[in-house]
Design a protein around this ligand. Structure first.
Ligand code: HAM
Length: 441
């Protein structure tokens, strides 16, 4: 590399997920897909680029996300486009655009993918981060809220997260919230001068957002403000009480947190977050809630909805922390390699038969690696071991002549001669045997 050429680096707040990490991400995603399938959710994929107005009208003009954090640019035809900061608005847009509501019933949709917010990067907070989310459209029944939370708890358990807190609240609806906002505005007027500059602005423009303030010195004042919980209309009160009753019935632990209003404007009634102590400052693993007016806000028909988005980066961090604790406690190390065999060939004549064998085994679904640099046997076996291959298949002059290849079990060191046509069968049998003997019950 010439000395005066500076290497190009990843953009601040974005990161590469290297193969040593992606196995864990895939594990989390596979667990999520299995749980979603069990609850009859189906995948939706929406574009990463959306018209800017989608987020202004749904997440809200006066939210941190829209005011400060979106990656927005003018396209060549002067259209304002934004890299999605979240996906709920996109899912509802797609629901309207494709008239999914005409199919009747409820729609249960899930998604996984990158989101973009220009926040100050720190552990667990990135500018490109990943969410796994689910949305239910077409019903405002409180049992849907509870079922969604039940599914979440199962999902978190499946990825090994055992200690977390479910925080829940109701932010009312378009009928009862305006009255509450009047009360809140009046209360904010009295204390405004002692609050941060953002809250002074919010007091006039979007008082609910003040409850979301993270500035330390504001906290004692905000804690004393009137809360929505005490001003819910009869419909919202009943809805919230039913959700709580359903959670109790399902044995799901929760804490009611009256300040939990969340940072997005589209919420109505139920809001929730799940936090994990394993995460440090950015402790919200996920957030969600009901948004019964969102469809209409972006030009669709009335369509109540509820959903959540898991911060996948944070879930993976929490899972890794939980797995580390477990491994320390039991002395078990996680192994990640799925490589079944490494083919070590010796002498040019063995290369052709090695690649043929590799192709045949791969077609049968085995994970196989072939070394292409001609090296000595010892080095080849070293490579097999570094790659954590379960077996090394050794093919040299003698093996070619006899048609029987050496198969070395890399865990036990045992070596057997196997008729080359029977290697697939041999691997199948021995991989199953090994799996059975290492299964912990
Ligand atoms: P949110 O609370 O903005 O909600 O984000 C959900 C989760 O995404 C957070 O709890 C956090 O785990 C993760 N997250 C957010 N920002 C970052 C970041 N900069 N870096 C890493 N992780 C982050 C929503 O996005 C809503 N769409 C949730 C929802 C779905 N509501 C209804 N349906």
């Amino acid at each position: 590399m010439p000395r005066d050429v500076q290497p190009v680096r990843a953009v601040k707040g974005t990161r590469d997920l290297l193969p040593s990490e992606t196995a864990l991400w895939q594990h989390v995603e596979d667990a999520a897909r299995a749980v979603f399938a069990a609850y009859n959710f189906r995948e939706i994929r929406t574009p990463i680029l959306e018209q800017t107005s989608l987020f202004a009208r749904s997440v809200g003009e006066d939210t941190d996300i829209v005011m400060k954090e979106m990656y927005t640019f003018e396209d060549r035809d002067h259209e304002s486009l934004t890299l999605r900061p979240e996906a709920t608005a996109s899912v509802v847009r797609a629901y309207i655009e494709h008239s999914l509501y005409n199919e009747g019933g409820i729609h249960k949709l899930y998604y996984m993918g990158p989101m973009f917010r220009r926040e100050r990067p720190q552990k667990g907070r990135y500018r490109q981060f990943y969410q796994i989310g689910a949305e239910v459209l077409g019903s405002d029944h409180p049992a849907i809220d509870a079922e969604l939370l039940e599914m979440l708890v199962l999902l978190l358990e499946r990825v090994g997260l055992t200690s977390f807190r479910l925080l829940i609240n109701s932010v009312g609806c378009s009928k009862c919230r305006p009255e509450y906002l009047k009360v809140l505005r009046r209360a904010l007027e009295d204390v405004k001068a002692s609050l941060c500059s953002d809250c002074q602005r919010r007091a006039a423009t979007n008082p609910l957002r003040a409850l979301d303030c993270k500035v330390e010195s504001d906290q004692p004042i905000i804690n004393k403000l009137p809360m929505m919980q005490d001003h819910l209309g009869p419909e919202c009160r009943q809805h919230f009480d039913r959700v709580i009753a359903e959670l109790k019935q399902r044995g799901i632990a929760y804490e009611i947190v009256p300040r939990l209003v969340r940072g997005l404007d589209y919420y109505t009634k139920t809001t929730f977050e799940i936090t994990s102590g394993a995460l440090g400052a950015q402790n919200a693993v996920l957030g969600g809630g009901r948004y019964d007016g969102l469809s209409e806000a972006i030009g669709g028909p009335p369509a109540p909805g509820i959903g959540f988005s898991i911060g996948e980066d944070r879930l993976v961090l929490a899972h890794a922390a939980a797995a580390r604790n477990k491994a320390e406690a039991s002395g078990v190390q996680e192994t990640s390699s799925a490589l079944i065999a490494y083919i070590a060939w010796l002498g040019d004549a063995a290369l052709g038969p090695s690649t043929s064998l590799a192709r045949e085994l791969r077609r049968q679904g085995f994970s196989i690696e072939v070394g292409y640099e001609p090296v000595k046997l010892k080095k080849s076996l070293g490579m097999a071991s570094r790659l954590q291959a379960r077996f090394a298949i050794i093919i040299g002059e003698g093996e070619l002549a006899s048609g029987r290849y050496q198969v070395k079990n890399m865990n036990t060191g045992e070596q057997e001669e196997v008729e080359h046509m029977l290697i697939a069968e041999y691997l199948k049998e021995n991989v199953t045997k090994e799996a059975q003997s290492t299964t912990v019950t």
